[in-house]
Design a protein around this ligand. Structure first.
Ligand SMILES: *Cc1c(COP(=O)(O)O)cnc(C)c1O
Length: 229
């Protein structure tokens, strides 16, 4: 088995065990492979080992890899910060966007989603840890934002996403993820998605109801930002 295939098997086992420990069905937790900075060949390898969903943070890098991988039936997720002048290619080239944190971005994605494509699946990113420097809307603004976004055509609001402040304390990890779950449950909308949990904290996220875990390092190894992907 290749290293990537081997890592996929290990992460799948972690997901299965965490789901079982929480009394959840393992298939209710999707594995989103975060392939930022990784070459197209790594995505090809992961796909061959059974992964179909890939998350990218940097638009140009993602478009380059999509062009190299057009022969594969991949599902592409945009998970990075979004500048308003970049919404058109995102609306045209992705199936999901996890990182919408303001109405203007959602309005542009809706207006720019091509008519021949299904609605763009959307999550609202919430700043659950209250870190001033982080993206994500404030928890107190989620209700109004979600209601406005749910009313837009060409989008399908699926749920909420967060990137909590990193901590090794499992109790703190769970508290942040629980906050996102409570916010989702407080909304009077038919939402089915909690995008939360990364390589270090996927167990805590699954315990609190994650439906997508976004995993980079544990699948592909450490990222090298110095080298072009
Ligand atoms: C990079 C990234 C991840 C993956 O993080 P790992 O710790 O490498 O698993 C997940 N989500 C987002 C939004 C990211 O930018």
């Amino acid at each position: 088995m290749s290293t990537i295939a081997n890592n996929i098997a290990k992460v799948a086992a972690r997901i299965r065990e965490a789901a079982q420990a929480a009394g959840r069905t393992p298939s209710a937790v999707g594995l989103l492979a975060v392939s930022k900075t990784q070459p197209a060949a790594a995505i090809r390898e992961a796909f061959a080992a059974g992964v179909g969903d890939f998350g990218e943070n940097y638009l140009q890098e993602a478009l380059d890899k999509q062009a190299q991988l057009g022969d594969l039936a991949l599902t592409w997720h945009f998970i990075g910060p979004i500048q308003s002048n970049k919404t058109k290619p995102i609306a045209e080239h992705f199936d999901w966007v996890h990182s919408v944190d303001r109405l203007k971005i959602a309005q542009r994605l809706s207006a720019q989603r091509p008519a021949h494509l299904p609605p763009l699946n959307l999550c609202l990113q919430v700043n659950v840890s209250g870190e001033a420097s982080k993206s994500g809307c404030a928890p107190e603004d989620v209700t109004a934002l979600a209601e406005s976004v749910a009313a837009l055509p060409n989008l399908r609001l699926r749920g909420l996403m967060c990137i909590p402040a990193p901590t090794d304390d499992p109790q703190e990890q769970r508290a942040a993820f629980a906050r996102l779950r409570h916010l989702k449950d407080s909304l009077d909308l038919p939402l089915d998605t909690l995008s939360m949990g990364m390589s270090q904290d996927l167990e805590a996220a699954i315990a609190e109801g994650a439906t997508w875990v976004r995993i980079g390092t544990a699948l592909f190894g450490a990222r090298d930002y110095g080298r072009p992907a």
